[in-house]
Design a protein around this ligand. Structure first.
Ligand code: C2O
Ligand code: CU
Ligand code: CU
Length: 522
């Protein structure tokens, strides 16, 4: 297995490497919301099949703070073209931060960008002032020291930028990474756990490129309405890479780190993805999927059987959520390799399994998050996520009329709403209290939206009219809602009105355009 990054990477075994001096024009030029949809690099050959880069593990504890620098850098995605990117201590993405349940983790955040940013710990239950929401912006050149202490299930979480109005372009440019929470009391020795060998983190993202091999991005018109989707698939920052895995059971920690694209992951030979953990904890028994749906922000840990020695291709069905880009002729999809637009995400090749390889699928999983033993809900709240609010208000319901309306308005702000209101940093949307169980009903209009809440995990009671089994869904912090969902939530940490928690659509273009609300927890 290749532990080293492909040679096109900025070396990143040490997260404290000296940053490339931040260039002011980077975000201004390439990432400004241009009207034109993104171009696909044709002048530069795409080179799928390079070795899967594995992000380095950076252990966090209380002894010495680890530094995490948001910085500009470069990355060669397409052959011969070094793209301007952002990253944490490296060009594009960041190290996998590893924390232990119940032990403080110290981090020094440094902003070496030319614009403010925040770092949000997606899925961690930390008080509002440590949550890295949009109220906690770190100015260019500034730094901030944090100590995070969590008591929640071991799982694969992640961290990413959350600067209001800039979340989508900052994450797109590379400001995201994995966060692994371990729990020694819930250790399961039967699970593959050799990082980069049989325990592989896979950050799946789609991107578009200019002819010169630069990242291309736009969040105007159709790409804002549907969310931005790129025509190239990256895994851990490499274009459709190949992983070498032992001929045994292998654990994949999947994160959909895309701005908007929803994946339906499956293998070309139909082998199962045995899900062992969802967003926020382990499942009691593996749940077999031939297709695994993963919306932006969601994670899943799966075990895959490579013991026969045959490799496989990981594929996805195309994302049909939203149809504005299709109608406008601006839809981007990766090249099809199968019927119905199925495309390749990455490949796996096998090598002989040495000692320490996992030979069987565990029948039961140790340390599973137990079904909640919560008191009855004390109140109910309804959140309606609407992607067409502004259009309806402005020009009636016709989609083309709507597009004309957008042009006239000159801005898409206000189109994306929750309960009819677009996000306003100065407005607290509601206040709740710790320890109280609430029943939240999420309704969606226009298209499916991945609903995410900060500072908690939740239980899904029903989804789109179907009652959900906790043993199959597990604890969640993000859920794709086509129509409506009923959730049970409870908060354990405080978030005051100066640094409230967020709830929002995890299609980042929708979030930036206002499909977000904020609330305090007393
Ligand atoms: Cu993953 Cu509010 O974010
Ligand atoms: Cu979050
Ligand atoms: Cu949305």
């Amino acid at each position: 297995m290749t532990h080293d990054a492909a040679d096109t990477h900025v070396p990143h075994s040490d997260a404290r490497i000296t940053p490339v001096r931040s260039r002011r024009r980077l975000l201004g030029l390439i990432l400004a919301g241009g009207a034109a949809p993104a171009f696909i690099g044709r002048a530069v050959a795409a080179q799928p099949g390079s070795p899967l880069p594995v992000p380095p593990l950076l252990d966090l504890d209380a002894s010495a703070p680890q530094r995490l620098e948001a910085m500009a850098g470069r990355r060669e995605f397409l052959a011969g073209a070094r793209a301007d990117v952002l990253g944490y201590g490296q060009g594009f993405l960041g190290p996998a931060l590893r924390m232990t349940r119940g032990r403080a983790a110290r981090i020094d955040l440094v902003n070496r960008l030319d614009e403010p940013t925040t770092v949000h710990w997606h899925g961690l239950h930390v008080p509002g002032e440590l949550d890295g929401g949009p109220q906690s912006a770190i100015a260019p050149g500034a730094r901030k020291s944090l100590s995070l202490l969590v008591d929640q299930p071991a799982a694969t979480y992640w961290y990413h930028a959350h600067q209001h109005g800039r979340t989508a372009p900052q994450v797109y440019a590379g400001l995201a990474g994995l966060l692994i929470l371990d729990d020694p009391r819930a250790a399961d020795a039967s699970l593959p756990q050799r990082w980069g060998v049989d325990d592989l983190p896979l950050v799946i993202q789609d991107r578009a490129f200019t002819r010169g091999g630069q990242l291309a991005y736009s969040a105007m018109g159709p790409t804002m309405m549907d969310g931005f989707k790129g025509s190239h698939i990256l895994v851990n920052g490499a274009l459709q890479p190949q992983a070498r895995v032992p001929a045994a059971w292998v654990r994949l920690r999947l994160l959909n780190g895309s701005n908007a694209r929803i994946y339906q992951l499956h293998f070309d030979d139909g082998r199962a993805l045995q899900q062992i953990a969802s967003d926020a904890g382990r499942l009691p028994v593996p749940v077999a999927h031939t297709r695994l749906l993963l919306a932006p922000g969601e994670r899943a840990e799966v075990l895959v059987d490579f013991s026969s020695g045959s490799g496989a291709r990981l594929l996805s069905a195309p994302d049909t959520n939203g149809h504005m880009a299709d109608m406008m002729g601006a839809a981007a999809s990766p090249p099809a390799v199968g019927e119905g637009g199925v495309f390749e995400v990455m490949r796996f090749a096998t090598e002989p399994a040495g000692t320490g390889a996992a030979r069987a699928l565990p029948a039961r999983l140790a340390g599973a998050a137990l079904a909640p033993d919560w008191p009855a809900a004390v109140r109910r709240r309804v959140f309606t996520l609407d992607a067409h609010g502004g259009m309806r208000a402005g020009r009636g319901r016709g989609p083309m009329g709507g597009m004309a309306g957008m042009g006239r308005a000159g801005s898409m702000g206000g189109m994306m709403t929750i309960n009819g209101r677009s996000f306003d940093m100065g407005r607290l949307d509601f206040a709740t209290r710790r320890g109280e169980v609430e029943r939240w009903e999420v309704r969606t209009e226009g298209m499916a939206h991945p609903f995410h809440v900060h500072g908690t995990l939740f239980q899904i009671l029903s989804l789109d009219g179907v009652k959900q089994d906790f043993a199959r869904t597990g604890w969640k912090d993000t859920v794709l809602v086509q129509d409506r969902a009923e959730l049970l939530v409870r908060f354990s940490q405080r978030a005051d009105r100066a640094t409230p928690y967020m709830l929002h659509c995890h299609i980042l273009e929708h979030e930036d355009a206002g499909m977000m609300a904020q609330f305090s927890v007393a």
